[in-house]
Design a protein around this ligand. Structure first.
Ligand code: ADP
Ligand code: 5GP
Length: 185
């Protein structure tokens, strides 16, 4: 069976990280790519788990040595997908990226068979509540993230699937169904 590159995108706080972690627990053949970022770790984040937290200088060096499959800046920080990890892992596993809509569409240009999955919130208010209840961002940062939602939904039209993250277990099951169907095509 072929290995597939799946790309999860969607507004900040919609639950991409939560969904991706659950999916990996339930499906050992799905490897999660860990991005590099120049943003500061949040309280419960560990280097090498949620992200590789690197300095701006290190990030620029990686760009110069073509170490990223794609990269972009959001909310004043850089984020990039490590090229080698994705290329190597795809030889033996399905790979899942959790990146923003522009990163997703940029990767799709080089990986035509990649499957783009947009994660949508059940409502704008629920998205706002999740960001508030996560307690990781200041009010300003939450506002900044919410203001990007129209832009993300504009790009959603180019995605292959949209999954609404209402009930967590239901949404993971829908993701699993998509993965299985794509692998059996
Ligand atoms: P993202 O990675 O998209 O920024 P997270 O995975 O950090 O989002 O989730 C944001 C918050 O929403 C977290 O506190 C998480 O526990 C919560 N969350 C995720 N999915 C659901 C869901 N289906 N129902 C309720 N809360 C959720
Ligand atoms: P956060 O700071 O909330 O973890 O992430 C902010 C945004 O950066 C999210 O939309 C997330 O999907 C995106 N992101 C995380 N890693 C990458 C990456 O490697 N590349 C791109 N383009 N976006 C990323």
């Amino acid at each position: 069976m072929k290995n597939i590159l799946f790309i999860l995108s969607g507004p900040s706080g919609v639950g991409k990280g939560t969904l991706a972690n659950l999916l990996r627990e339930r499906n050992k053949n799905v490897a999660l790519s860990i991005s590099c970022t120049t943003r500061q770790p949040r309280e419960h984040e560990t280097d090498g788990k949620e992200y590789f937290f690197i300095s701006k200088d290190e990030f620029i060096k990686e760009i110069e040595s073509d170490g990223f499959l794609e990269y972009s800046s959001h909310f004043g920080n850089y984020y990039g997908t490590p090229r080698k990890f994705v290329e190597n892992k795809l030889k033996t596993h399905d790979v899942m990226l959790e990146i923003d809509v522009n990163g997703g569409l940029s990767v799709k240009k080089n990986y035509k068979d990649a499957i783009l999955i947009f994660i949508a919130p059940p409502s704008f208010n629920e998205l706002k509540n999740r960001l508030i209840n996560r307690h990781t961002e200041t009010e300003d940062k939450i506002e900044e993230r919410l203001q990007r939602i129209d832009y993300e939904f504009e790009k959603e039209k180019q995605y292959d699937y949209t999954v609404i993250n209402d009930d967590l277990n239901r949404a993971v099951s829908e993701l699993e169904k998509i993965i299985n169907e794509e692998k059996n095509k």
